[in-house]
Design a protein around this ligand. Structure first.
Ligand SMILES: O=C(O)[C@@H](CO)OP(=O)(O)O
Length: 405
């Protein structure tokens, strides 16, 4: 038996007038997910426990079978695990976004939390320059993917409360920016970084090309080293993690899964779908379990782009879900697969919400009657009202998949 979790990050949404009241998932062409859903179980999963923010860190941790209430220490420690960074007792790691801020008359606006989805190559140059000039005994920059980097800090937490920049797209963030400026040591750091970035050749070239420059760093998602038991031991399985982003790769490292780096996996709608599907089916030749994560629907949600979100969901269906399940069928391999999302990223809000997520669980042995429903939010809510079968402690979903209690 093979076990799979296929996640379209941020896929959930609300009804949209341009789609005649349908959600994106409902309007998108998703024959593969619809078929699995019709023939499988269909239920809501609560991925964000009460009191937690609806971040991809919390929600994916839940999907990986870790109770955030026990194991969550922040987003950045998960990404640090992916990058092989070991944190000392007295160190805290922050997510360090490269962002585009507009500073006009003492007002700070978050123009772009991703600095125009800056490329890995450009970002690496910028982060190297920041490390060369702005690091020291207490601060070190670690390069990640696109706009997503880390800052390792030695010392006590500065005391300011940080916020995710993608929650404030095109909004006034003066109050939050001021928090860094009011903290000794941190004010110098963010200001100095801004000075370096301002005249950096990478940014000057981006401006020339009409792209958003990375004007500043934005620190958030901080935490201390995480300590959680490996999934492989807990469930006596072998498995792989396939994702473009360090957050999921870090969860893979913590779970003791093989983390597969797929060339051309960008964390965006131009990702290497075929490469990810191929990596999943290859890994399942030897292993029991695979977790495949696609970031693109979430990024489209943050951008507020209906066309990109439809495209991302249709590509998830046609280029991830369909080829993987077809290949397992052609190998005559029994499998159980969950298809779901970590959270909703509604286009109308351009950020995450913590609604329970539609989840399908298909078992290729098809012993039970299926839900008979196609895969979308409304059908799941209606089905749940009828069956009352939602999973409140989302971290137990993996037990259900693996048929272990
Ligand atoms: O990586 C990030 O900074 C965020 C925003 O894209 O990702 P997610 O929305 O999945 O938390």
């Amino acid at each position: 038996m093979k076990y799979l979790i296929l996640v379209g990050d941020g896929m959930g949404d609300y009804p949209i007038s341009e789609l005649d009241g349908k959600t994106v998932l409902e309007a998108a062409r998703t024959p593969a997910m619809d078929e699995l859903c019709r023939k499988g179980e269909f239920f809501l999963t609560n991925t964000v426990p009460e009191g937690f923010p609806p971040g991809s860190d919390v929600a994916n941790m839940t999907l990986m079978g870790y109770d955030p209430a026990r194991f969550y220490t922040g987003r950045a420690p998960l990404e640090a695990a992916s990058m092989g960074i070991k944190l000392a007792e007295d160190e805290i790691v922050f997510r360090c976004n490269l962002v585009t801020l507009d500073l006009v008359n003492d007002q700070v606006t978050m123009r772009d939390f991703s600095a125009g989805h800056i490329s890995n190559e450009e970002a690496r140059e910028l982060i190297a320059s920041l490390e060369a000039v702005c690091s020291g005994d207490r601060f070190h920059f670690k390069p990640g993917i696109s706009y997503r980097h880390l800052l390792v800090f030695k010392g006590k937490h500065p005391g300011f409360i940080t916020v995710p920049p993608h929650d404030y797209i095109e909004k006034d963030v003066t109050e939050y920016w001021q928090r860094y400026l009011d903290s000794p040591g941190w004010s110098e750091l963010v200001t100095r970084c801004g000075d370096i970035l301002k005249n950096h050749p990478v940014n000057l070239e981006r401006i020339k090309q009409g792209k958003n420059p990375a004007t500043h760093i934005w620190l958030w998602g901080e935490g201390k080293m995480i300590d959680a038991p490996p999934l492989t031991e807990r469930f006596c399985i072998s498995g792989s993690m396939i994702s473009a982003v360090d957050l999921l790769k870090g969860l893979g490292v913590i779970g003791d899964l093989d983390v597969i780096n797929v060339p051309g996996a960008t964390g965006y709608i131009d990702t290497n779908y075929e490469g990810k599907a191929e990596a999943a089916t290859q890994s399942l030749k030897e292993q029991d379990f695979v977790f495949v994560h696609l970031e693109a629907p979430d990024e489209a949600g943050h951008q507020g782009s209906l066309s990109a979100k439809i495209q991302a969901i249709e590509d998830f269906d046609a280029r991830i879900v369909s080829p993987i399940t077809n290949e397992l069928r052609s190998r005559k391999e029994d499998f159980r697969v969950i298809v779901t999302m970590d959270h909703f990223t509604p286009l109308s809000l351009r950020t995450h919400v913590s609604d329970p997520v539609p989840t399908l669980l298909y078992d290729s042995r098809e012993k039970e009657a299926g839900s008979g429903k196609t895969f979308c939010e409304k059908n799941c809510l209606a089905h749940d009202a009828e069956k009352n079968n939602s999973i409140n402690d989302g971290y137990t979903l993996i037990n259900k998949l693996l048929e272990q209690n």
